[in-house]
Ligand binder design. Structure first.
Ligand code: HEC
Ligand code: HEC
Length: 289
């Protein structure tokens, strides 16, 4: 190691380190740099005192401000829930759907909530926009199996249809073919009769043969003119809107084997507010009465 000395070119003291004749000058650090350096040390000490910092064995130093990111999130969630509860309570307190519809804020909130609950729970069967599918009714039209008033819709959602819930809608059309109530040619005649009900061309002789069968058996639920009965969930057969299908093959299938579609009950799975929001949403889809 070479001696410390004064460099003859720059006049600065060397550190005494030398590599292959290259010597290191002992220049002082720039003043601004040093100040920033000491500044960061000072800031970090203040931070350690105020904020959570050092880990310990069972926890960590909480700091004088006792700040916690987790508490902050929890508080925000609690605040949000409190605000939501206010709106939900207004929803539950509303005596009728008309009162909900009169309050634009509440209505907007209810429809948004109802729409998202619908997407999570109902869209699998009824389609994303409630447009339905064979066997799963369209909720956008004003053709209702069990009634389209707010309270009827709410009742259907709460207890379901043939769901096993004691308050569910239950009414089952028999498997007229399989159970041997009607012979195959009588079923064929009835198919023609049902086709004729929606104003389509059908074999007149078959329709005439089936008329007494319809009046004697089917009219009990579907009505003497086939217009259906909402208190029995019996579809209107004259409007050419079909739950299962209006072509001859599908009608035959319905008469041979019955249907008995199941709509689950939601009373135990969703809260009161959620059911109300859903009923308002379904009612708003276009066909509410
Ligand atoms: C597992 C499939 C399924 C799911 C899920 C389902 N439904 Fe249904 N829903 C049905 C079927 C099937 C019917 C028709 C029952 C019948 O034959 O009367 C029905 C009927 C209805 C009706 C009566 C329609 C009418 O014309 O009277 C309403 C209202 C309804 N569903 C709303 C909902 C809502 C809201 C949800 C979500 C909470 C939902 N459904 C979830 C299958 C389902
Ligand atoms: C006990 C009441 C009842 C009787 C009696 C009854 N139905 Fe039904 N019918 C229903 C119900 C309820 C449905 C709804 C379908 C379901 O079960 O999911 C239905 C559905 C239908 C459908 C399907 C409609 C569609 O939109 O796809 C046809 C067609 C039909 N019935 C024809 C008849 C004929 C014809 C008779 C007489 C032989 C008859 N029904 C007797 C209750 C009845």
């Amino acid at each position: 190691m070479a001696e410390q000395e004064i460099d003859e070119h720059s006049g600065v003291e060397t550190t005494g380190h030398e590599w292959d004749g290259i010597k290191e000058l002992n220049n002082p650090l720039p003043r601004w740099w040093l100040l920033v350096f000491y500044g960061t040390i000072a800031v970090s000490i203040v931070y350690w005192i105020l904020m959570p910092s050092w880990p310990g064995i069972t926890g960590y130093a909480k700091g004088l401000r006792n700040y916690s990111e987790r508490d902050r999130v929890e508080n925000e969630v609690a605040e949000f829930n409190a605000k939501r509860a206010q709106t939900m309570n207004r929803l539950l307190a509303a005596p009728s759907i008309a009162d909900i519809e009169k309050d634009p804020d509440l209505l907007q909130y209810t429809l948004a909530a109802g729409g998202s609950i619908f997407g999570d729970n109902c869209a699998t069967c009824h389609g994303a926009g409630g447009q339905g599918a064979p066997g799963f009714p369209n909720l956008n039209d004003d053709d209702w199996l069990w009634g389209g008033s707010f309270s009827e819709i709410e009742q259907t959602i709460r207890y379901g249809v043939r769901s096993g819930n004691p308050k569910a809608h239950v009414n089952v059309m028999q498997a007229y073919g399989k159970d041997g109530v009607f012979k195959p040619d009588q079923i064929s005649d009835l198919v023609e009769y049902v086709v004729s009900l929606s104003g389509r061309e059908a074999d007149p002789a078959a329709v005439a043969r089936a008329a007494p069968l319809f009046a004697g058996t089917c009219a009990a639920c579907h009505g003497p003119d086939g217009k259906g009965n909402q208190s029995l969930g019996a579809p209107n057969l004259t409007d050419d809107i079909w739950l299962y299908g209006g072509d001859r093959k599908t009608i035959r299938q319905t008469l041979m084997y019955g249907r008995g579609g199941v709509m689950p009950a939601w009373a135990d799975r969703l809260s009161e507010e959620q059911i109300t929001a859903l009923a308002v949403y379904v009612h708003s889809l276009g066909g509410g009465q």
